[in-house]
Design a protein around this ligand. Sequence first.
Ligand code: ZN
Length: 321
Amino acid sequence: MRYIGKIFCIGILFFMISMNIPGQDSTPQEGKKFPMPKIIPHAQWHKTAPVGFPAQGTRKNIAPGESLQFKNLKIELVSMNPATPGDPKSSTDTVDLKLSMGEKSEQKKVNEGDAFNWEGFHIAVLAAHTKKGELGFGLTEFEITTIDSIPPEIAASTKAGNAASRARIPHKIEKIMLHHAGDPKPITPKDDPVKKLQNLQAWGEKDKKWWDVPYHLIVALDGAIYEGRDWHYIGETNTKYNPTGYLQLMVMGNYELQEPNEAQINAVTDIMAWAVQEFNVPLDKIYGHRDLAETACPGKHLYRYLKEGAFHSGIKQRLEK
Ligand SMILES: [Zn+2]
């Protein structure tokens, strides 16, 4: 994942949102064997609090010819049409959609960045990636919410809007997904993890219109674990799989280029063991991003621990104690 270094200040009004800080609001339950690892709360590293609002909905990226279903609404992405430079009639990328619900159906051309209401749903076309080489090339990003569950000003808007207009979509964790940051070069102890998190949040808000960092928990080079987005809500992806139901776990660095160290492996295993127990995740529902999407993530040197069973035996050991 590429970052930019600029901090994008947004969402001052949302400071009062009560954060769900893991480990600080839950009382230990009897019979729980493996404790939640120590997690550095979001408020201790961020410059601005996460934005967005809870709503019923879905978030998915699809390619032309594919469709997505939310409740009884089906949206087919018929085509993505790049803007024509110099033509004022075609200055924005557009998408052709086919909407259907039961017997009712409608074709619609929508500009990238626009939103509209249809049969009780608010449909935002967050981005259409028509430029070769750009992140998410070939995919259109959709956010669909029920009109009943969103603030009236969002329901009335014909623009997808910025990060503060994004829905926090609740989900139930059933699976675990391992990522790496994919920095352009290996990271070293000189890299400040807090700065990296702040940059990731700022880039996500500005460039991707994400309401927070895309991952739920982040492991630094020294094995420290940072709180990312509230895991009660789905994470984000630049790829096609559906992020619903995954606890998104990211390790800082690039594990195509560097080897994970012992502190990181221990931290990842601790989180996995705790999550397996906390959310009843079956051991065969722990994935690397590359298992579900065309990506090198989480990097071959980290993925090996998944593929060769090292994480699984670490989890079993921790839960048997
Ligand atoms: Zn990934």
